[in-house]
Design a protein around this ligand. Structure first.
Ligand code: PLP
Length: 389
């Protein structure tokens, strides 16, 4: 047997994909499953974007491109991010990657040494903790609190910073809670980041999926922050393009050069025709994006209202992303047991809060990237299942 390297013992994973496999296996046995586990829009990619990709294939965008991305896409991203974040970004501060996830990996590889400490949200996207540990740094959880609408307490952050802290990861709007950071939170975080000379990895992939008039604001726009912030963003969520593998990071030029070098050492570059489609996504009509967000809002309202009517559930109404994170302590079950029970008993696939770190105990995550009809069906099933407990 080929022995695996020691570092692989420290690598985590994303449970959503495992639950999806389990749910699909049950479907293969003939079970009817409602999928509320996976974090991807159920909408089709807007047709103007697909057309641009088809044309790109015919135009010969079928070869390698520059490691940091095609110049026309880097320019379009620089322009879009400058406008949406109110900062000045030049194309050489942009690196395009296959999906946004590699930005996490590359940013951590480029900026974090063994033994450094990285503060990250918990519950939070599980890949942060996995990658921090993979590079042999120390993962320091920053607890998100339901009573603060899933923001964190600034005193907790102050207490978590030591001389070894190198990086702080923030994610707003957030996966798994749908919570958002207020401008005042960002101001306080920025002050601490400047005072303690921290790098901030700001995961803004859900920045355009916001509701009720909330306006996404980037920490990079605050004084002294652009030079210490790596913005992670991409096309997967906003434009329903998860399968195209198209994301990007915006960062100081010397970091961008290193991230591009890491790309040379791993994926070489991002698919060229996907990048041309990305130019169309950013510069073409945006009405599909608005329609998608409006539809998500309707579903959010339905799922929050429905969950709050289920015995033992309490669900905060989030302002962003397409997830809800109800407190299920009132059911008397732990998160994992309840998630398994809902899948096996009534065919509703969701994730245990603990799939997002230990502070996710007591919660479940539902993705409402599914039709209103299916969401209503799932709510009826959950209600029935909980009443049988
Ligand atoms: N960041 C967060 C918070 C996410 O939830 C996800 C995907 O689920 C990503 C990044 C990765 O996005 P991509 O599919 O573009 O790699």
């Amino acid at each position: 047997m080929i022995p695996l390297a020691d570092r692989t013992k420290r690598l985590g994973t994303e449970t959503a994909f495992e639950v999806l496999v389990k749910a699909r296996a049950l479907e293969a046995e003939g079970r009817d499953i409602i999928h509320l586990e996976i974090g991807e829009p159920d909408f089709d990619t807007p047709s103007n974007i697909k057309q641009a990709a088809k044309k790109a294939l015919d135009d010969g965008y079928t070869h390698y491109g520059p490691a940091a991305g095609l110049p026309q896409l880097r320019s379009a991203i620089a322009q879009e991010v400058s406008t949406s974040r109110g900062i000045s970004v030049s194309p050489d501060q942009v690196v395009v990657t296959p999906g946004a996830k590699p930005i996490m990996f590359f940013a951590i590889l480029a900026c974090v040494d063994e033994g450094d400490e990285v503060i990250y949200p918990n519950p939070g996207f599980p890949i942060y903790e996995s990658l921090i540990e993979f590079v042999n740094a120390r993962a320091v959880p920053l607890v998100l609190r339901e009573e603060k609408e899933f923001r964190f307490d600034i005193e907790d952050l102050k207490g978590a910073i030591t001389r070894k802290t190198r990086m702080l990861i923030i994610n707003s709007p957030q996966n798994p809670t749908g919570g958002v950071l207020a401008q005042e939170d960002l101001r306080q975080i920025a002050e601490l980041a400047v005072r303690h000379d921290l790098v901030v990895l700001s995961d803004e992939i859900y920045g355009r999926t916001v509701y009720d008039g909330f306006k996404h604001f980037s920490i990079a726009a605050l004084p002294g922050m652009q030079e210490r912030t790596i913005i992670l963003d991409g096309f997967s969520k906003t434009f329903a393009m998860t399968g195209w593998r198209l994301g990007f990071g915006v960062m100081p030029r010397h970091v961008a050069d290193m991230v591009a070098k890491l790309q040379v050492n791993s994926t070489s570059c991002t698919a060229s025709f996907s990048q041309i489609a990305g130019v169309e996504a950013l510069t073409g009509p945006q009405d599909e994006v608005h329609k998608i967000v409006e539809e998500f809002r309707r579903r959010r309202d339905a799922i929050v209202e429905g969950l709050n009517c289920i015995r033992g559930f309490r669900c905060h109404k989030p302002l962003g992303a397409f997830y809800v994170f109800p407190n299920i302590q009132g059911t008397g079950k732990d998160s994992r047991t309840l998630a398994d029970y809902l899948l096996n008993e009534v065919g509703v696939a969701c994730l245990s809060g603990t799939a997002f770190g230990k502070y996710g105990e007591g919660y479940l995550r539902f993705s409402y990237a599914n039709s209103l009809e299916n969401i209503r069906g799932a709510l009826r099933r959950i209600d029935r299942a909980v009443n049988m407990l």
